[in-house]
Design a protein around this ligand. Sequence first.
Ligand SMILES: Cc1cc2nc3c(=O)[nH]c(=O)nc-3n(C[C@H](O)[C@H](O)[C@H](O)COP(=O)(O)OP(=O)(O)OC[C@H]3O[C@@H](n4cnc5c(N)ncnc54)[C@H](O)[C@@H]3O)c2cc1C
Length: 454
Amino acid sequence: MTTSETPASALSGICETHLPGDPGYDAARRAWNLSVDQRPAAVAVPGSVAEVQALVAAAAAAGLRVAPQNTGHGAAPLAAGGLEDVVLVRLAGLSTVSVDPAARTARITGATPWAQVVAECAPHGLTALHGSSPSVAAIGYLLGGGLSFYGRAHGLAAGTVRAVDVVTADGDLLRADATEEPELFWALRGAGANVGIAVAVEIDLLEQPDVYAGMMLWDREHAPGVVATWAEWTRDLPESVGTALRVMSFPPLPELPPFLSGRDLVVVDGTLLEDDARAAELLAPLRALGPELDTFARIPALGVLDIHMDPPEPSPAVGDHAVLGPLDAEAVATLLALVGPGTSPGLTITELRHLGGALARPADGGGALSAVPGDYALVCLALAPQPEAAAAGRAAAAGVVRALAPWALPARIATFTDTLEDPATMFDPASWQRLTALRDRLDPERRLVANHRV
Ligand SMILES: Cc1cc2nc3c(=O)[nH]c(=O)nc-3n(C[C@H](O)[C@H](O)[C@H](O)COP(=O)(O)OP(=O)(O)OC[C@H]3O[C@@H](n4cnc5c(N)ncnc54)[C@H](O)[C@@H]3O)c2cc1C
């Protein structure tokens, strides 16, 4: 090893590799979440599964660990856990998707985003339990649980995973499903990168060519009525209805549509797996509040990826999260005192996602994460282009989470957790015990690094 060489230099013969100080290092390490300054020992961009296997073996020989990353939507806790001795394995070069319409399954590899998966499914009248964002990678989402608008009807998206091709901590390539490597298959569905680098997943699809879906929008001055009505409305909805409520504040920006730019808003969006008449009947209490904009209608299932208006391009966000139980009038008042009319919450988005239904029921034959407790997921986000804004945004988000603590459960949803937290809070106690024992057996040296580290 010469003076300029580091242990990570050993990887450069395997595939495209960027080391600190290399001209391409900064571009290669950039996460989708631009507020995350991740500085790994190296960034490796394999072009084949064999190269992933070789990377895992070479990293171990060099005393380094490996962390798979598709997009970096979930990079904040990964970076916060420290990456000095970690090789970031970016899987974009392996991305493909193929749909088997007869079997109603899809095989997804690498960092394929949901937009591409859902677009391949749509011509066959099929869709998947995708989340709100088109740019999130299917594999990172699926192996972290995956909370879809369809989840109250169909459960966590991890429950649709039928098989995983996975590179283990030893560099072996295994197929894990209900009969082959069942314990590894169980752990992958929830603990993902803690037990292997998934290079392909096979999922079951939904037969759903179109969906009653959309959003309603009001000026934030209507937040008291909208939040109280939505909280009441979500108390006894059928499981076919999956919605989110958000209080949003946007600076005036030319790239935003006029109905968002420079506005403070309250928005309800989601899907109703019902016929048009029943959907309209169910939405009546919200429509009675006279939304300024109401796009709820039957749309092609592909369009569901657009209703939440998640940013299409990488953006800098910081935030906090909690799982809440039922929201009484005092909870609604507490939330409104912080983010309602006349306040300056310092947050871009304060979101409540409706949980319950099939999301709360452990799935038969499910994995380490097959259900989530609670009635609502609270997610608070601030756009933070500079470090000072990040500190203020984190404090504002933590403030809302703290204020709602009396209604919170001691639980967290893995895919919504962007802070460094004890992952034990993301699993039920029995699954957590089984998972840690398995991790000790499969990867005693902790060579594999996930964003939420078991
Ligand atoms: C705008 C936005 C909207 C979102 N909407 C939703 C939503 O509706 N529902 C929801 O549940 N979540 C949502 N999320 C969260 C998102 O699902 C998680 O951050 C998810 O982990 C992102 O996956 P990724 O692969 O794109 O991200 P990455 O940061 O690349 O990966 C995140 C983690 O996934 C694991 N992982 C990634 N690739 C592999 C692999 N090949 N093998 C094993 N493990 C791997 C690793 O632990 C990794 O650290 C949203 C996030 C954003 C930013």
